[in-house]
Design a protein around this ligand. Structure first.
Ligand code: NAD
Length: 368
């Protein structure tokens, strides 16, 4: 039997510093008998030397297109746009199964090259939960960004560009320092608090020093009465972390904000869920996704009322690339260890079945 292997490719999306395989998981795979090839990558949060030290074989940046086709190529984000056929097996987030822009041309590349796509977003466990997701660190980073925006606003300043932090401690101490030493006295409400993102947001608020009573944790039970909710206006920072699966009453509205006038405490909304363009967005007070270089957008609150900002960044875990990668990669590890048995390991069989369905749709759409 040939040696099982993975080829970790570089990431080419701007600001993307995360990695699908970390030196920690690479070592566990090597210990289990895998060969791990890693492309040198300055953009990645982990140094090339960290991979080399655990026994990975280092190769040139972006050299995967000429790798022998028996290597499964693993990465996180979409490949740069191209028409080149893809002959390899790729494990990644491809964002092409929900008919996103350009979906059929991405799949056409696999069709033309004879490769296979295993989309990580659709690797599910036996009860349909994703085996690996970045939610926890999205909530954690979103709450941190919210606290930074709040502290800037309190000083009459505007939050500037967000820079990824080298590690969690650096993030916590920066946020605390900008809040004047601690988040004590700040009040926050997290909706979707029992989910992955919500748990991350609650943990960040605890770590920066908010008092337990000042972190309101809501989930289905608390929103069952139906919005809009006055309670949101009575905190400094509101973090939305729900998974929106069906239409629900709005949580917050323009009318409600304007009617509250100067009596509103709320100064920052972090919409981690980012259902920005969804017609059922429960927070219809903004219409764009914000970015690391311009993290906040002001809400039209009516003349004379205190300002209100929204953060709606859709790649928040990038703010904490090291920890986000470690957690994600370790959640993915059991499935990766099963990859050599992909012909009968359920997680991979299901993912391949889905790929074939989507490929057939793309072949039709592209007239191939
Ligand atoms: N902005 C980003 O960078 C980023 C990154 C990862 C995930 N997300 C998004 O965050 C959202 C949440 O992801 P997750 O992994 O935490 O999901 P999850 O399923 O783990 O958690 C969602 C939580 O929301 C709760 N919920 C659902 N509807 C609710 C309602 N009406 N009222 C109160 N609570 C409600 C659920 O009970 C659950 O506890 C998803 O939309 C996901 O796409 C955003």
């Amino acid at each position: 039997m040939s040696t099982p292997s993975f080829w970790l490719r570089c990431e080419k999306k701007p600001f993307e510093r995360r990695a699908a395989l970390t030196p920690t998981t690479a070592k566990k795979l090597i210990d289990a008998g895998f060969e791990i090839v890693v492309e040198r990558d300055d953009q990645r949060i982990f140094d090339d030397a960290e991979y080399e030290a655990v026994g990975c074989k280092l190769v040139d940046n972006n050299s995967w297109p000429s790798a022998p086709t028996h290597y499964p190529i693993i990465g996180l984000k979409e490949l740069p746009v191209s028409d080149d056929p893809l002959p390899h097996t790729h494990i990644q987030f491809a964002h092409c199964y929900k008919k996103q822009g350009g979906w059929s041309s991405v799949l056409a590349r696999f069709y033309k090259g004879g490769g296979t796509l295993y989309d990580i977003e659709f690797l599910n466990d036996a009860i349909g939960r994703r085996v690996a997701a970045f939610g926890y660190h999205a909530g954690f980073a979103g709450a941190a960004a919210g606290a930074l925006a709040f502290s800037a606003q309190r000083k009459g300043e505007k939050l500037g560009q967000l820079e990824p932090y080298p590690n969690e401690d650096a993030m916590i101490s920066d946020v605390k320092q900008r809040l004047g030493g601690s988040g004590k006295g700040v009040r926050a409400l997290v909706i979707g608090a029992l989910g992955r993102c919500g748990r991350g947001a609650v943990d960040l608020f605890k770590k920066i020093g908010l008092e337990e009573n000042d972190i309101l944790k809501w989930d289905m039970a608390e929103t069952a009465k139906g919005g809009p909710f006055q309670e949101i206006l009575d905190v400094d920072i509101f973090v939305n972390c729900i998974y929106l699966s069906s239409p629900i009453p709005h949580f917050l509205t323009y009318d409600q904000i304007r009617q509250a006038g100067k009596d509103r405490r709320l100064s920052v909304v972090v919409d981690v869920s980012c259902d920005t363009t969804n017609p059922h967005n429960p927070i219809p007070i903004y219409s764009i996704n914000t970015t690391f270089d311009a993290p906040t957008v002001p809400v039209d609150v009516g003349t004379g009322n205190p300002p209100l900002l929204v953060i709606s960044i859709d790649h928040l875990p990038t703010l904490l690339p090291r920890e986000a990668s470690e957690q994600f990669s370790s959640d993915l590890l059991p499935s990766l260890l099963d990859f050599p048995k992909r012909d009968h390991a359920r997680v991979w069989v299901d993912a391949e079945t889905l790929y074939k369905e989507k490929l057939a749709e793309a072949v039709k759409a592209e007239g191939l």
